[in-house]
Every structure is written in C-alpha cells, then in structure tokens.
Design a protein around this ligand. Sequence first.
Ligand SMILES: *Cc1c(COP(=O)(O)O)cnc(C)c1O
Length: 354
Amino acid sequence: MEATKDFKVTLTQNSRLKDITLQNIPFGKCFTDHMLVADYSGGQWHTPEIMPYQALSFEPSLAVFHYGQAIFEGIKAYKAKNGSVQIFRPMDNFQRFNASAVRMQMPEVPEEIFMEGLRALIDLDKDWVPDFENHSLYIRPFMISSDHAIGVRPSENYKFLIILSPTGPYYAKPMRIYVEEKYVRAVPGGIGFAKAAGNYGAALYPSTEAHKKGYDQVLWMDAYEHKYVQECGTMNVFFIIGDKAITPGLEEGTILAGVTRDSVITVLKEMGLTVEERPLTIDEITEAYKAGQLKEIFGTGTAATIAPIKELGYKDFAMLFDVDKWTVAPEVKRRMDAIRYGDVEDRHNWLWTV
Ligand SMILES: *Cc1c(COP(=O)(O)O)cnc(C)c1O
C-alpha cells in the first residue's frame, strides 16, 4: 500500500492472532502484532518504523520518568458491516495531540507520521479489528521525552508511538458520582485541556477516595470556588435540564475538548434539543433537580461513548435517577453507534476508512 513506502516495516515472524479470540477482551490488556515508533532528535522527526510489538529499553535516567513530558490520545476503529475498517474522527485527535504537545513543550508530530502511520499500522493489523457487535480496536498514540539525563529542561529527544488494542463492549454501568469539593483536576492556565499523562496520575488519589465512599467517580469542580462543573472523571459531562442539553464550555482551558463531546453536541442538535455550552453551577443543577427539571446526566468519551449517571452526591444530598426511563442518552448512543458501524450514511464525514 502507498502509505507504507515512507516507513521502515519489520513484520512479525509469528503472529499471535491465531492464539487469540477477539471477543470480550478486557480493555487495554491485549496488543496487536505491530507498533509504530518514530524518533525525534537533532530538531527533527526521523522515518517511523513499524515493527513487532515489543519491549523498549531505556536507561533509568529517561527524562519522562522524572519530569513527565508525556501525552497521549485515544481513538477507536470499527469493523463496518461491509468489512471495511472505519476510524472515528482521527484528524480531530491528531490536532488535539499537537495542541497537547505544544503545551507540554514537546515537538508537534507531522501529519504524515501520525495519520499515515495510523493508516499503515492499522492496514497491517486490520485482522485484529474485532468483528463482533460493540467491539472495536482501541488506538493509543503517545509521546514521551526520551533524553537520558535528569536535568530539568525540555528534552531534546522524543519518541512517538502508536499501539493498538482490540477491545470488547464497554458496558457503561450507570455510575454513582460524587461532587468533589476538595481536590481539583484543572485550573485556568494549567494543563486541563491537554491529554497529558500527569492529569491522570493526579486524579488517582481523589478517585480512589471516592471509591472508598462508594462512588464510581468524581465530578470535578472549578479550582477557585468549587462551584462550576468541569468534567466527570475522565469524561466530559452533559446535563439534560428541561428540553435543553447543557455542558460546560471550553473557554477556560480547564476541560478536555472531547471528540465524543463534540459529536454528541451535533447529534443532540439533530435530535432537536437546544445545546448550551456555558458555565454551569452545582446550585443550578441542584435546583433543577428539586424542581423536577433535571432529567438525565451522562458522561461522554471514546471508551464508553455515553455513560449514564444514576446518582449524583453533593454534600449530604443525593440526586437519584431512574436510568431505565431515559430517552435522550440511549438515543444519542444509538445514533452514534449507527454512524460508527456504518449502518447509516456518514453525513458529517466522521469516518476515515482504511
Ligand atoms: C480523553 C478525555 C475525554 C474524552 O475525550 P474523547 O475525545 O471524547 O475520548 C474527556 N475528558 C478527559 C479528561 C479526557 O482525558
């Protein structure tokens, strides 16, 4: 295939595919036969190499271990009914990846490496895209600083990699969410809008505390007043109040601009709802609940698509929902799935066929 001509390709001698059933594999534990690695040094990116999935070796001084210049993306590829492999909006992930790179003082990855690398790698491992209902191939591009030196400064060397992981259906069990008023995820001027590894590391303690209280995740609030809603765990969050859908806006740079978020906004509008992207306080939410106007709350992200929230706990007050009676979230999910598995026309040009 055309795109592979610029890549060095070393094929595996021993595909693991024959020993694996691609059904119901737990998320993120199984990887395909090949990966892509591109190195940055001397101020430029070098020819990427597609090689058998394997361990990398580093000295203990590897910069990323110490100062955390690390960013990533999450994308999914689906096996369509006609047998083709469709990737969902990868250009948006590519652009977001480079926005994260800039904020983390890392070099931007050229489109030929990210997008054509993705195409070549998936084309090579396309038999790994599961052909079962609700299954997909999870794509994980990432970049790390790779100087062997522990001085605090931006690295001169970086590695960009793409690995692929077949995944089963993500059953988004309705969640119990806790309004977090002590710990924060993001501040204006910080790195909340970047898909940086450190955002995840810093969230593990508060989410573990929430688990201990019996919740699945936290609802992050703004850092100054703990009053404005930001995100739900590692997902964007939508509130259906009356006949409107409300989700926090992106202006402050404290919210990750989800590709699913953007797609869901489009789908909600097509369903005839008014969508508002604006600041939303916990008081407005509580009052809407008490007035019987708060109908549904759900998280959105590549992994789950739509994750319904059946309970929102704020201080001593529990807002409870009968998820089975919802109409909006299930319809959004149905429409998103129909597009991704190629059951309806892709009117927004969201799919990228390999
Ligand atoms: C990745 C991510 C999301 C969801 O983004 P998608 O592009 O929809 O997968 C939302 N919030 C955070 C913090 C994230 O890291």
